[in-house]
Design a protein around this ligand. Structure first.
Ligand SMILES: [Zn+2]
Length: 229
């Protein structure tokens, strides 16, 4: 999850895999971070916007913790709701979101999930790719869409300053091509979250190499998992 502060509002991207505020106090944590930020940057009103990289359950579970929070907009993660809020359509694949002096580029990037959006924070240069690109098992639900998405990301990153590519999981070990077992809770010596623009190019090359083959395709820093053509 990422919490980005602008002059007028903050945006929280994703709410994690656990609904329970007791076991996973996301709301309390975000409230504390905003309180501390506002102490250093006082203003009369300040909003919180809750958006998502996509609608999978492990990215939306704690949305309910933000219900009733004053000055807060929680945008549904499903494609119709999320894309409409951001102004994304089948033909308009890139929009902007202004947090007040801090602009995010919002890219429609389906493939892992039909609702997927990638956010580029111009202030830091971070490209936040959700589950579309990360060091792990890239589960691809719609191969043609994923292929187009990777092209979009490579093109975008070649014309904009991208400092790091940050996904939402780490599943690879530090040994090339070897991932941790599914559901492990112990990942010693895991590689860093941040990836590079070169990784985007590597994924594009991998997609070309895989061609029309379904199944699991292992590469050094990621594994393409494709269950349908
Ligand atoms: Zn996902």
């Amino acid at each position: 999850m990422f919490l980005l502060f602008g002059n007028d509002r903050a945006v929280l991207l994703d709410t994690g895999a656990t609904a329970s505020a007791e076991h996973f106090p996301l709301r309390r944590t975000v409230d504390e971070l905003i309180r501390d930020w506002l102490a250093a940057h006082p203003r009369e009103t300040y909003e919180l916007l809750v958006l998502h990289t996509h609608a999978h359950r492990d990215h939306v579970a704690a949305d309910t913790q933000f219900g009733g929070r004053p000055g807060t907009v929680v945008v549904g993660a499903d494609r119709a709701t999320a894309w409409a809020y951001l102004g994304l359509t089948e033909t308009n694949r890139e929009t902007r979101l202004d947090l007040g002096g801090r602009v995010l580029d919002c890219l429609a990037t389906p493939g892992h999930h039909e609702s997927a959006v990638t956010f580029h924070d111009r202030y830091t240069g971070l490209l936040l790719t959700g589950d579309t690109v990360y060091r792990g098992r890239l589960y691809i639900n719609d191969w043609p869409a994923f292929r187009q998405t990777i092209d979009t990301l490579v093109r975008f990153a070649e014309t904009r300053p991208v400092t790091h590519v940050l996904g939402c999981h780490i599943e690879m070990t530090s040994e090339p091509g070897v991932d941790y077992p599914i559901r492990t809770t112990f990942q010693p010596d895991e590689p860093p979250l941040q990836m590079t623009v070169q990784h985007l190019r590597d994924i594009r090359a991998a997609v070309e190499e895989v061609g029309d083959r379904t199944g699991r395709h292992v590469f050094a820093d990621f594994i393409l998992c494709r269950d349908n053509p």
